[in-house]
Ligand binder design. Structure first.
Ligand code: SKM
Length: 285
């Protein structure tokens, strides 16, 4: 049989570890598939999708900045992705491009693997962009007891809070990132999540909030994975918190996408190893 193709559509994409992770997974799982990254500018998105169809691609991942914009161009959208308002995975089923979101489910699996059950817990989410949307819907759906959203522009967080309420989920409390009232929310939280790009290489000195707000026993998750341990996570770890890096989310959203494309369970140990080797080899670059 001829080699099947899977694309990553984003702008930019050169930094992505997905080709490495998925090609290792395809090889380990005996899948005759190749994963390729394509830098697609926003104005070329419709043409890129037509290309995937014409060339018979098996599927794709979609990343920044296309996750929301791609929805109107798809032939079908899974209800979970529609609710989140973002698609990061496409499956080509007989020239029907169907969009899914594996960021939310991948995020939940990363929590489960780490040993954190969100049911009844208090969570603070920093940021209100696409990743925050997936994480907020995932936590609310998993029965998280209370959610707090904090964003530099609180209007975006208010909009996300409204979307959650509109879906029949409990509406989160909203703060402006940096507001004094945030401190007591962070201190009371079981889980604090950074979904902003603060602290991402090369601006490694930035943190979304002062690490001395943390207390021992809390869980702190940074969606940033470059560096593997951000200043935010390092501070939390020093305060006695359990920490999870963004590499776990990349891994498990990728594992869920692998299953959608192949119908097989993903070789997560292999994927995890190549990701960690890559980050170890190129920390800060
Ligand atoms: O949702 C994922 C996407 O599937 C792949 C990716 C990447 O390769 O950097 C990042 C996230 O947006």
């Amino acid at each position: 049989a001829s080699t099947g193709l899977v694309a990553l559509l984003g702008h930019p994409v050169q930094h992505s570890l997905s080709p490495l992770m998925h090609n290792a997974a395809f090889a380990a799982g005996g899948q005759n598939l190749v994963y390729l990254a394509f830098d697609v500018k926003p104005g070329d998105l419709a043409a890129a999708l037509a290309g995937l169809k014409a060339l018979g691609f098996r599927g794709a991942n979609v990343t920044v900045p296309h996750k929301e914009a791609i929805i109107p161009y798809l032939d079908a959208v899974d209800p979970v992705a529609a609710r989140i308002g973002a698609v990061n995975t496409i499956v080509n089923e007989d020239r029907c491009l169907k969009g899914y979101n594996t960021d939310g489910s991948g995020f939940l699996r990363s929590l489960e693997e780490a040993g954190f059950d969100p049911a009844g817990k208090r969570a603070v989410i920093l940021g209100a962009g696409g990743a925050a949307r997936a994480v907020a819907f995932a936590l609310a759906t998993a029965g998280c007891g209370s959610l707090v959203l904090a964003n530099r522009t609180p209007e975006r967080a208010t909009e996300l809070a409204g979307a959650l309420a509109g879906a029949g989920l409990p509406a989160p409390v909203v703060y402006r990132l940096g507001d004094a009232g945030m401190r007591s929310e962070v201190e009371a939280a079981d889980l604090v999540l950074n979904t902003t790009s603060l602290g991402m290489w090369p601006r490694v000195e930035e943190t979304p909030l002062p690490p001395d707000w943390f207390r021992p026993g809390q869980w702190v998750y940074d969606l940033v994975y470059n560096p593997l341990e951000t200043k935010f996570l390092a501070g939390a770890r020093r305060r006695g918190c359990r920490v999870i890096s963004g590499l776990d989310m990349l891994l498990y959203q990728g594992a869920a996408a692998f299953t959608l494309w192949t119908g097989r369970e993903a070789p997560v140990a292999v994927m995890d190893r190549v990701l960690r080797e890559a980050m170890g080899a190129s920390s800060g670059g």
